[in-house]
Design a protein around this ligand. Sequence first.
Ligand code: GLN
Length: 561
Amino acid sequence: GWIIEDMHSMSRERSMTRYVFITGGVVSSLGKGIAAAALGNLLQARGYTVRLKKLDPYLNVDPGTMNPTQHGEVFVTEDGAETDLDLGHYERFTGRSASRADNITTGRIYRNIIEKERRGDFLGATVQVIPHVTNEIKEFVLEGDGETDFTLCEIGGTVGDIEAMPFLEAIRQLKNELPRHGCVFVHLTLMPWIAAAGELKTKPTQHSVRDLQSLGIHPDVLLVRSDREIPEAERRKLSQFCNVRSSAVIQALDVADIHEVPLAYHAEGLDTEVLAAFGIDFAPQPVLGRWTDFVGKLTATRGDVTIAIVGKYTSSKDAYKSLTEALRHGGAANGVGVILKWVDAEDIERDGCSTHLAAADAVLVPGGFGKRGSEGKILAISHARRTGIPFLGICFGMQMAVVEAARNLVGLDGASSTEFGECSDPIVGLITEWTRDGETERRGQDADLGGTMRLGSYPAVLAEGSLAARTYGTRTISERHRHRYEVNMRYRDSLSASGMEFSGMSPDGRLPEVVEIPDHPWFLAVQFHPELKSRPLEPHPLFAGFIKAAADRHAINGIES
Ligand code: GLN
């Protein structure tokens, strides 16, 4: 009898998802996304299944149309959603692919509600923030309930923001609607150091927790960012004034590298306290060996390579978050450190390549939009092609690589992309039709800008023996896309005759996915975004290969032993 009963209770345990809500207080940019990702990493390391979701209070339907210099990169999921860059952190820290259902914004919530209202779904009711908006938020949170042991929901913005109110109200309601011990609130705050007083101050955290409590949310765990050790007395003070048990006041000190965050927060007891707040006192210890090894590899390097990234959004590093992470994964895979040299394409237009690319062991032209800076990118590609410097082109970077080859190898002076306007040789042109899973997708010339690109994961077939196939170690791949224009197949033969091969194609043979120059040490350009799939524990083969080529080149250059 008891065995069966025990199995019953186990399977019941399995099907119950526990929710962790992560809010932020005092100021923004405290690293809520990393904290959520780190907690996910730790719970997973203890053998639990986890899923992370991001709730963004802004009014855009998705970040797809937002300027990456302001908002950071747009992270594209397998299923083709344009999402917040924090989903990239979630994927990299947990190894689990996010989906469209893992990110929502106020804009999308209102759009859903208004569509329902127009359809007449509300049966004459007055549509209101409570319950309609809050219900929509709760539905988003609960989607997939029972599939994971833990679902972590990060609420964007800072407590006190007008836009965040419905989200806080929704999670407050959920606390009572979920089973007892079904949800835990983690609040991330800051203790500022006041130099004149020589003290770390608790007051901002007190105020922020008071705000949260006035909304009916009582934090179980306080995660407190600080640039120095928080003295025991201050911790007790926070515990008393904020009504949080003292063991659950977790100091979150600055670390040298974001990858140290899971290890540091574990050492401070974050995951233990979260589990304790759920009433789980005897959880398995986390297995952190592989993660610790990766962190070790980031610092124990044989030397450094310098990668020049020629782009446009170079003032905001967050605009290229996945890319810079993928390059570091590639570095760790090769035991070398990666120094990034950000080069503004317009500086190259003005000064030429030699000054800006002299120190580069490799050149990378990342994704991009629009004409500004494109000629500088083409000059950089030309320089890499002629001098044998390893080159990786991504999306726009591939399009410009093909334009460069068409102009300078084939001799088509009018070669360009129709993204910049009409031209005599449209090497890159607008795609209005393609296939996905056997179905045709169509876009008009004047479609909306939001959500209308070729988005998400598509398969590609690599040519036998090509650099691409050798680098991947396979001939069939699947990668994430985000673009509106495509390289024009009509130029394939003349490019091939001049030395550039289309070495990766969509399975129907219609869309070029990879190009390369066989007569060059390492020249590869891809229409997709490989950086989106690179992870610390699974470095992407293209980045591992690119960094290896840079390291080989480095030895030739002999800049450093
Ligand atoms: N602007 C180009 C296109 O839309 C490239 C996009 C990108 O690099 N992500 O096709």
